[in-house]
Ligand binder design. Structure first.
Ligand SMILES: [Zn+2]
Length: 424
């Protein structure tokens, strides 16, 4: 019998409305009551001054394997997750081959079981090859063990096809995650359409390009009475629509990523491609709306959209560079710093709920709680630890972050999966 005894931490377990300083035990990989004396080896961990949280969950991660192992592998991505405090990550299907068949899902699961130090949960594509033309075999993907379907990176433009996808997903009990981008409105846009796109002569990606698909998804979530989760929200109008729809009971939800509340489109003026993401950085007004949505519960989930790219891929003209940044290792610190310390949009228990039980509920997975018998997945957090982001010292195989050199307050100091420390 292996026992881990975590002493004297502030246990925050929003699923059980628990917030108290106490000891916590993991016995044989599961959360347990205080064990009887003298039964096996005990590992003692002093958590005085630390928060003991259920292991954090990130619902939006690109692991790049199979197919793009020079950017990231399942192994390096999992290590980055552990270093960021995440015990469970959900990987997107835009790999090569695309994760649109049970065999690719099986490959990802086998590979993760072999090399990943955290739990890796695959998603399946909505459409074959993410082409938006024909549905992937959603029933077989469900059987193969995906936790959701999404065409992330792409967006199904045909509303009828999307409707059928939502209906199938409902039948097999999978949530639909959607990257909201209207191709006609966005065109070849690379940055937020506004003052800076005009001044710099870069093609604009207007807010309406996201809001139009959020509106479509709201209609379909209501028509099909099924969950559609809008990924990486960036625009004020998306939050407004979602607030109204959720008040009527529509099963629509959304997530926010750190960069969309930490940075505005003003930062693209140096043409640094580490500030190029999809959807793009927007304005102060959008940030305020996202913060308001987080504060009032319109947005209940936080995620990274961890998108590794190699240096040679990002070091090209702004128009030609790929979208996205690495995020797993800066995510918790940025959210703690921005949402809790600086803007005071939410308190610590709310932040932890948004990174644990809320994503677990969206996906219908057993994780994100410290209930007796739950998996011994924990994150120990020092909310006041001040540290500096060093792009080159990230565990991820890629280092494309706009936050290099940032001073951040708060980070995970230990990550535990199944009763074993996986970080540091
Ligand atoms: Zn996306």
């Amino acid at each position: 019998m292996r026992t881990m005894h975590i002493r004297n931490g502030r246990i925050i377990d929003p699923a059980n409305q628990r917030d108290e300083v106490a000891d916590l035990f993991i016995v044989d990989g599961k959360i347990a009551a205080k064990p009887e004396r003298g039964d096996g080896k005990v590992e003692e961990i002093d958590a005085t001054g630390l928060i003991v949280s259920p292991g954090l969950i990130d619902v939006h991660v690109h692991l790049r394997e199979p197919g793009f192992a020079w950017k990231e592998t399942i192994e390096t991505g999992a290590r980055a997750a552990a270093a960021g405090g995440f015990t469970t990550i959900v990987c997107m299907p835009n790999t090569s081959p695309v994760a649109d068949s049970p065999s690719t899902i099986a490959w990802i699961k086998d590979r993760a079981a072999e090399v990943a130090c955290v739990n890796v949960l695959p998603t399946g594509a909505i459409s074959k090859n993410l082409a938006g033309e024909e549905l992937a075999p959603i029933g077989s993907l469900a059987q193969a063990g995906v936790v959701a379907i999404t065409d992330d990176g792409h967006c199904i433009q045909n509303n009828e096809l999307m409707r059928r996808a939502v209906e199938y997903a409902r039948m097999v009990g999978l949530p639909v995650l959607d990257h909201c981008q209207d191709y006609n409105l966005v065109g070849n846009g690379v940055v937020h359409e506004g003052y800076w796109s005009t001044l710099l002569g870069l093609a604009g990606w207007p807010s309406a390009g996201e809001e139009a698909i959020v509106a479509r998804n709201t209609l379909l979530a209501e028509a099909c009475d099924h969950q559609i989760h809008c990924q990486h929200l960036s625009a004020a109008g998306s939050v407004r629509q979602m607030r109204e729809a959720r008040a009527r009971g529509v099963k629509i939800s959304g997530e926010v990523c750190p960069h969309h509340i930490a940075l505005t489109d003003e930062s693209i003026q140096n043409f640094d491609t580490n500030f190029k993401m999809n959807p793009p950085l927007r304005t102060e007004r959008d940030i305020d709306a996202l913060l308001e949505g987080i504060a009032d519960g319109t947005i209940e989930i936080l995620a990274s959209d961890h998108a590794p790219h190699a240096k040679f891929e990002k070091e090209v003209e702004f128009d030609r560079a790929p979208f996205g940044i690495v995020g797993l290792e800066t995510e918790l610190g940025l959210f703690l710093d921005l949402l809790v310390h600086r803007r005071k949009a939410i308190d610590l228990p709310r932040l932890i709920a948004m990174l644990t039980i809320n994503p677990a509920r969206l996906l219908g997975i057993e994780a994100g709680t410290l209930s007796l018998g739950a998996a011994g997945d924990l994150t120990l957090i020092d909310p006041n630890l001040e540290w500096t982001v060093g792009a080159q010292s990230l565990q991820s195989a890629s280092h494309n972050t706009p936050f290099d050199g940032w001073q951040i307050k708060g980070r995970a100091v230990r990550t535990i999966v199944g009763g074993k420390t996986v970080w540091p």
